[in-house]
Design a protein around this ligand. Structure first.
Ligand code: ATP
Ligand code: MG
Length: 336
């Protein structure tokens, strides 16, 4: 099949992927692998924006992330999985793009304020402020048309679109203006019911969760705080247990029946949670099995990263050539 264009998205290697990543972005990636030429970026330099003091665990997290990709069905035969730090031309493009955006514009990006607050930083570093510029370089490096992400990333994508437009206006048409593709569940709430599910907030169910941990986490989930007894009418809307049922329980008749009984005070939270554990187990068991199978193949992750990064470097060199040519930065040639 002829690809409709190029797709890029990625993740920071900061821990194992979770259910929020799946519904926010991974499901779209797996689904679109045959329709687009896909690039999946392992963004290790992006980790440094917050973890520069302690980069020790990044390598192991890169490995876990690639195993997560393979376990949900990202196929390295069809898609390119690559490592940011093995594609250095990206930082060169980021340098150029950094000229095309103002500091106050970057200071207004809402995720910057959130990170500064959550990590209790006094102020943002130059690198953290530039996070969306580096991300734009990643996306524009493969001249991507579409970027599947969760809703929290929409403000970053806006920066990319602005930078692509600005570059094209100034120097000529080089970059597509990429579309943001938000997942079916734009933001999956965490187990605590308060914030989005996130690796760093400890409110996540990972895609490699063991059955006992899954059970314990679901049983401890926040539900409807206004409900004291199973005979009290319950609230389905805004209840994270039902949000997960909607997102992961493929038995829609069961979900509808549970909702009706819950509203009428005819089912307890324990039963609703037990049914959720079963549904999540049906979803996670094949993912867990595939993960174990690929993890057992020695050298596989290293090979995928090496091959994918070679492909990405080729793409990057071509994009940088086009960008420099458009800008007229071709006055001297490189010599070996
Ligand atoms: P960290 O705490 O390290 O920032 P994270 O869990 O927020 O981790 P990211 O690496 O920031 O994850 O996000 C990777 C991708 O998954 C992004 O496209 C993001 O929008 C999406 N995503 C992350 N969490 C959720 C969620 N709870 N619901 C929907 N999409 C999500
Ligand atoms: Mg995040």
């Amino acid at each position: 099949m002829q690809a409709q264009g190029r797709l890029l998205t990625g993740d920071r290697p900061t821990g194992k992927l979770h259910l929020g990543h799946y519904v926010g972005s991974l499901a779209n990636r797996v689904r679109l692998q045959d329709d687009y030429t896909c690039y999946f970026l392992v963004a290790d330099y992006h980790v440094l924006t917050t973890a520069y003091e302690n980069p020790a665990g990044i390598g192991e997290n890169v490995r876990e992330l690639v195993l997560d990709y393979l376990s949900v069905g990202i196929d390295p035969e069809r898609s390119t999985i690559y490592l940011q730090s093995l594609t250095p031309a990206v930082s060169e493009l980021a340098l150029i793009l950094g000229m095309l955006i103002s500091v106050p514009r970057l200071q207004r990006v809402p995720t910057l304020k959130e990170v500064v607050r959550d990590l209790q930083l006094d102020t943002a570093s130059y690198g953290l402020l530039g996070y969306p510029v580096l991300q734009a370089a990643d996306i524009m490096m493969v001249r991507a048309h579409i970027v599947p992400v969760g809703r929290d990333q929409a403000s970053h994508l806006e920066v990319t679109r602005e930078l692509a437009r600005r570059f094209n206006e100034l120097y000529g048409q080089v970059f597509p203006i990429p579309e943001t593709l938000i997942g079916e569940v734009p933001t999956l709430v965490g187990l605590d019911g308060r914030a989005k599910m996130s690796k760093s907030l400890g409110n996540a169910i990972t895609l490699s969760e063991e059955p006992e941990d899954l059970r314990r986490k679901v049983m401890g989930m926040y539900t409807d705080p206004t409900r004291l007894r199973a005979t009290d009418p319950g609230h389905v809307e805004g209840n994270p247990v039902f949000q997960y049922h909607d997102a992961f329980n493929t038995d829609t008749a069961e979900v509808e029946e549970l909702k009706e009984r819950y509203r009428g005070g005819r089912v307890g939270d324990v039963e609703v949670k037990r049914r959720l554990i079963d549904a999540l187990e049906r979803f996670l068991a094949p993912i867990r099995e595939r993960r174990a199978a690929v993890a057992a193949r020695a050298g596989l992750v290293e090979e995928i990263i090496a091959d994918g990064s070679r492909t990405a470097r080729r793409e990057a060199a071509e994009t940088l050539r086009l960008a420099r040519e458009a800008m007229g930065l071709t006055y001297f040639a490189e010599r070996q």
